[in-house]
Design a protein around this ligand. Structure first.
Ligand code: SAM
Length: 247
C-alpha cells in the first residue's frame, strides 16, 4: 500500500466537510484506488479526474456526500448497484466507505469493466464487489438483479427519466434509487415526475450541495417505489434513451 503521507491537511478539511472520517484502511484503499486509476488510464480511458482535488473532491467527496445517512451505519448489510460505473464511481468509493455493503458495478463497455475488475481485485474487495459487463436495460430484466437492491445509483449516465427507468426496476419494495445530478430545476422535476408515474415510484428527496473548492453545485435525488414496477420496464436496449418515458 502507498505511504499515507499523501494525506494532506486539505484532505482533513475534506473529511470535515463530509462529516465523516475514513479509517486508516479505508484511506489506504482510496489512495490505492487513485494510484490504480492513474495506471489503468494509460491503457483505458477511464476518467481524467485522478489528480489532486479532481480526485479527492470531484470523485471521492462527490460520490460520498449523498450517502451521509448510510455512512452512519456503515456495517449494515446493504445490496447496492452502480449503473454506468465507468472507472468505478460512485460505486467503488461507496464500497470502500460502507464495509457492510455488497456492491454490483455495471457498465456496457468491456474495456472499462476489465479495468474495474482488476482494480477491485487489487483493492481486496472481490468478496463483496461484483462487476457486470452489461447494458442496464438487461440488468433490470435479469431475475438475479431485478427487485433485489437496497440502493441503486448512477452518476453522469443519462437524463433523470432514463436513469429512473434503469434504476427503479432494480429496487426492493423499500429500496431507494440515488440519482447524482449537477443542476436541477423545475422543468427537470416535471419530466422526471411523468416518468415516475409510469414506473410507479415517487421522488422522496432532493438535496442541493456545493462541492468544496468551488467545484460546482450538485444535487442528489432519491426515488422510492410506490408499487411494483411494471414488467415492461426497463424497455429494450436503446429505447429508454431514444424515447424517454414521459417525453
Ligand atoms: N459513473 C461514472 C462517473 O460518474 O464517473 C461514469 C460516467 S460515464 C460519463 C457514463 C458511463 O455509463 C459510461 O462508462 C458508459 O459506458 C455507461 N453507460 C451508459 N449507458 C449505459 C447503459 N445503458 N448500460 C450500461 N452502461 C451504460
Amino acid at each position: 500500500m502507498p505511504n499515507q503521507s499523501c494525506f494532506t491537511n486539505s484532505n482533513a478539511e475534506l473529511w470535515q466537510a463530509l462529516d465523516w472520517q475514513p479509517s486508516n484502511e479505508q484511506l489506504e484503499q482510496m489512495i490505492t484506488l487513485q494510484v490504480l486509476l492513474r495506471q489503468w488510464n494509460t491503457r483505458v480511458n477511464l476518467t481524467r479526474l485522478v489528480e489532486g482535488d479532481d480526485y479527492w473532491i470531484t470523485q471521492v467527496f462527490d460520490s460520498l456526500w449523498p450517502i451521509k445517512r448510510e455512512l452512519e451505519n456503515p456495517q449494515q448489510l446493504r445490496y447496492c448497484i452502480d449503473v454506468g460505473t465507468g472507472g468505478g464511481f460512485p460505486g467503488l468509493a461507496v464500497a470502500i466507505a460502507l464495509p457492510g455493503a455488497n456492491v454490483t458495478l455495471v457498465d456496457s463497455v468491456s474495456r472499462k469493466t476489465a479495468a474495474v475488475t482488476a482494480i477491485t481485485e487489487t483493492l481486496g474487495l472481490t468478496s463483496r464487489v461484483k462487476v457486470r459487463t452489461e447494458r442496464a436495460e438487461l440488468t433490470g430484466q435479469d431475475p438475479s438483479c431485478r427487485g433485489l437492491f437496497d440502493l441503486a445509483m448512477a452518476r453522469a449516465v443519462s437524463t433523470a427519466p432514463v436513469i429512473a427507468e434503469y434504476l427503479v426496476p432494480l429496487l426492493k419494495p423499500d429500496g431507494e434509487a440515488l440519482l447524482f445530478r449537477g443542476q436541477w430545476n423545475s422543468e427537470d422535476k416535471q419530466d422526471l415526475a411523468k416518468a415516475l408515474r409510469l414506473l410507479k415510484a415517487d421522488l422522496i428527496k432532493v438535496e442541493r450541495r456545493e462541492l468544496p473548492g468551488n467545484r460546482g453545485v450538485r444535487h442528489q435525488l432519491r426515488l422510492r417505489p410506490s408499487l411494483p414496477c411494471p414488467a415492461t420496464y426497463p424497455r429494450r436496449v436503446g429505447i429508454p434513451t431514444k424515447n424517454p418515458l414521459g417525453a
